[in-house]
Design a protein around this ligand. Structure first.
Ligand code: OA9
Length: 355
C-alpha cells in the first residue's frame, strides 16, 4: 500500500493536486460590484490596546477612564487607527489576499461620535475603478470604496477609497509607457524653503503661531519626531492578524522569500499608525477628522525602524468643538536609511491651550 507520507510520494502528490485558492484576481472585479465581507470583527478592548500600545499611540484618552471622561466620552473609545486597520483587515480576504501592492488610500473619514469597544464591525466594499497597469502587465489596478459599519445600527464608522495592484490570471500586453513619478520629476531639483520652523508646543495656538512665523520668514513648518519603532514579529505578523488581515505579505515567510521584498513586510496600517503615534506624542490631539492622499512608497520589514516627519500645512479656527481648532498636516514615515515609506495628509482637531 502506498504510504502518502513518504516524502517522495508526498512531493509527487503535492505537485499533482489542485490548490484550493484563496482570494480574487483582477479579472474577478467588475466596476459597480458590491462585496459584503464575511469576516466580522468585534472591536475589543484587547485589540484596541494591543494596537495602540505597539504603535506608540499612548494618548491617555484611549487608556484612562478619567481622561476619557474629561473629553466627554463614556469610557476610553476605540482608536481611529485601530478602527481603520480593522476595517481594511476584514476586506483583505476578498480584495487583496492574492497579493499585489497596497498603492494608496484617500478620503478616510470618521464620524464625530466616538466608537466604543464591544461594537461589531460589518464591512462592505464597492469596486469603483479598474485599470491596466502599464508598468506591470501581470497586474491590474483596482480601487474600492469601503465602508465599516456598526453591525447593529448600520452607522458608518469609517470609510475610505483604497487602490491596490492585483495579480491578473493572464498578463496583458501593454505599451510599457508607464513612467514613475521619479522619472517625471527627474529634471526638477528639490524646491525646499531655506528655513524650517517647529511649533513651540503641541496646542492649536502653537501651530497657528508657527505658521505665522513661517509666512513672515518664507519658511515651512516642518520637523521630525525623535521616537522610532523597530519592526518585529508583533508589529509585522501579529497586529495584522489581529484585524483578520490574511495577506500573506505579513505572515508567510515561505512564500515571501520568493517575492520582491524577499521577506514578510509590515502592514501599511501599522507603518502609518506608528508614524502617527510618534507625531501625536508631540501634539494635543482632540479628534481625528480624516486622511487623504495616503501612499506606501516602499516595503518595511522586520528589523526596519519607522520614524516620522511632519509638515504643518494649515490651521483653521473652525472645529466640531470650541475646545479645539483644525490643523492639516502632511506626515511622512521614513526608515533608518531616511527613505520615505509612507506619506499622507491628515486633518485633525487639536486642543486649544486657552480651554
Ligand atoms: C494591506 C496590505 C496589503 C493588502 O492590501 O492586502 C499591505 O499593507 S502591503 C504593505 C504596504 N505596502 C507596500 O509595502 C507597498 C510598498 N510600495 C512599493 O513597493 C512601491 O511603491 C510599488 C512597487 C507598489 C510601486 O512602485 P513604482 O512602480 O515605483 O510606483 P509607481 O510607478 O508610482 O506606481 C505603479 C503603478 O501604480 C499606479 N499607482 C500608484 N499609486 C496609485 C494610486 N494611489 N492610485 C492609483 N494608481 C496608483 C501608478 O500610476 C503606476 O501605474 P502604471 O503601472 O500604469 O504605470
Amino acid at each position: 500500500m502506498t504510504d502518502w507520507t513518504d516524502p517522495e510520494t508526498f512531493a509527487q502528490a503535492l505537485e499533482q493536486v489542485e490548490t484550493k485558492e484563496k482570494g480574487n484576481c483582477f479579472e474577478d472585479f467588475e466596476e459597480g460590484d458590491v462585496i459584503e465581507h464575511d469576516p466580522g470583527l468585534t472591536l475589543t478592548q484587547f485589540g484596541n490596546e494591543s494596537w495602540m500600545s505597539q504603535t506608540l499611540n499612548h494618548d491617555p484618552t484611549y487608556w484612562r477612564a478619567d481622561a476619557a471622561e474629561e473629553r466627554g466620552f463614556e469610557e476610553p473609545p476605540v482608536h481611529p487607527d485601530y478602527l481603520t486597520a480593522a476595517t481594511l483587515g476584514i476586506t483583505v480576504e476578498d480584495l487583496s489576499e492574492k497579493g499585489g501592492y497596497f498603492l494608496g488610500r484617500t478620503d478616510v473619514r470618521f464620524p464625530e461620535a466616538p466608537v466604543y469597544t464591544g461594537t461589531e464591525l460589518h464591512v462592505e466594499s464597492e469596486v469603483v475603478n479598474r485599470a491596466t497597469s502599464s508598468s506591470r502587465p501581470e497586474y491590474g489596478i483596482v480601487s474600492w470604496r469601503t465602508r465599516g459599519k456598526d453591525a447593529e445600527t448600520g452607522d458608518v464608522l469609517c470609510s475610505y477609497e483604497r487602490t491596490n495592484m492585483i495579480p491578473r490570471r493572464e498578463p496583458v500586453a501593454t505599451d510599457g509607457s508607464g513612467t514613475t513619478a521619479a522619472e517625471d520629476d527627474e529634471n526638477d531639483g528639490p524646491d525646499l524653503p531655506e528655513t524650517f520652523v517647529a511649533p513651540e508646543g503641541g496646542y492649536f495656538e502653537d501651530f497657528v503661531e508657527a505658521l505665522e512665523t513661517a509666512a513672515d520668514e518664507h519658511a515651512a513648518v516642518a520637523y521630525r519626531h525623535e521616537r522610532g519603532r523597530t519592526q518585529d514579529d508583533v508589529t509585522v505578523a501579529s497586529l495584522p492578524l489581529s484585524t483578520l488581515n490574511t495577506a500573506k505579505q505579513h505572515h508567510n515567510v515561505d512564500v515571501m522569500s520568493d517575492s520582491p521584498s524577499g521577506d514578510i513586510v509590515t502592514y501599511g496600517d501599522v507603518t502609518r499608525s506608528t508614524a502617527l503615534g510618534h507625531a501625536r506624542s508631540d501634539e494635543e490631539t482632540w479628534r481625528e477628522v480624516g486622511f487623504d492622499d495616503e501612499s506606501f512608497h516602499t516595503f518595511v520589514a522586520v528589523g526596519d525602524t519607522v520614524y516620522a516627519f511632519t509638515r504643518v500645512l494649515e490651521a483653521d479656527e473652525a472645529a466640531s468643538s470650541d475646545e479645539a481648532g483644525t490643523v492639516t498636516f502632511q506626515h511622512i514615515a521614513f526608515n533608518q536609511d531616511d527613505e520615505p515609506v509612507y506619506s499622507g495628509t491628515r486633518t485633525a482637531e487639536i486642543r486649544k491651550r486657552s480651554n
